[in-house]
Design a protein around this ligand. Sequence first.
Ligand SMILES: [Zn+2]
Length: 459
Amino acid sequence: MKAFLDKDFLLSSDTAKHLYHDFAADMPIIDYHCHLDPKEIYEDRQFENITQVWLGGDHYKWRLMRSAGVEERYITGDASDREKFQKWAETIGLAIGNPLHHWSHLELKNYFGYEGALNGDTAEEVWQLCNEKLKGLSARKLIVNSRVKALCTTDDPADSLEWHQKIAADASFDVKVLPSYRPDKALGIEKSDYLDYLKRLGEIENFAQLCDALLARLDFFCSLGCRVSDHGVDAVPFAPASKEEVEAIFRRRLAGQMPSALEEKQFKTALLLILGRAYARKGLVMQIHFGVIRDNAKRVFRALGPDAGIDSIGDQASIRSLAAFLNALDETDELPKTILYSLNPNDNAAIETVMGAFQNGSAVGKVQHGSAWWFNDHKQGMTEQMTSLANEGFLAGFVGMLTDSRSFLSYARHEYFRRILCELLGSWVENGEYPNDDKALKTIVQGICVKNAERYFDL
Ligand SMILES: [Zn+2]
């Protein structure tokens, strides 16, 4: 029996161990999609205690605690930080097989030097140790100690990006902190607060002005090093309409009239196509996240708002719409480099085959299947995503892992991913399915760990 979380954690064969320890472990990190707050990076935020780092805002952990029957008071309520930590420790101590158990223990080991197991009995010892070590840690130290070379935050077009500018001007910190352009609110014509949002973009009196404002903000983002955009949609929309129809839908919305379901789709299709063409012109990568049902438990939503741990996988993604949308951009050779993420793992093979239809010599893996996302961000989900990519496409060109996280401790997830990657590749070599060719394997492993992303995002 192996010891818990030993140096060969998740690595079962000699080849897997070799690939991980000799090729993957020491590679730097490019975290091309995260939700870190640039203000906290600029101000080099410190944390008073481990509950603030771990449980403040982490809806993955909230869900697990609720599933373990913990009362809300100890999750998002008014219990003390120490009480919340106790409940978390009791929960995670029994969460066998859950990726949070692995992530949390990797974080304890990598950042706090704790090699034991967190549970109700060890909670006090871990609480003391972490809080002591946190005094010497800060946002920037955690980033630098994790060997992060570049990270891309997620930002609204109306954001001032003042913190990105300040970080770029600070010579004492040489990690690239780049904004990513995420105009979901500008596309959210069906939302009740849409008109309030538009005011943040300036004087908008028609659709053409909306497009101009968004493209001007995109130029500004690019002037600060933005390399990637991001869109979160329930399903990729595709409902073509004439310019006049889209203009009329938008004007009616400005006058207070809500769009029909078809009009919403037509508006979003038109705006997404305009943005997609702009990304192609500027060499930006377009990310599309889909297949989610958000805010399912309305009672919790009313109390806590969005991102409260009440979202789920959806089955509404239309592969036909996705293919038609990509084709609409490709028809005029204006399809940008694109990364597709579906929350529904049943979409894996279909996504792979749609991607394959739009690949060409302009980039390695021009259309990418994004790393196993959110509810799939675990050993099985990652293994399935990479196996599916290998089955239908070119795994060696995969841009690899991202944290998608709000926490400065989440870089441990890159280690988790790299171990799973090396275990998978190692198993194929051990089974004689791929030659034991060290040169090729090193290229593949280091490509997926970091080099592909560096090239793909042109960093
Ligand atoms: Zn994200």
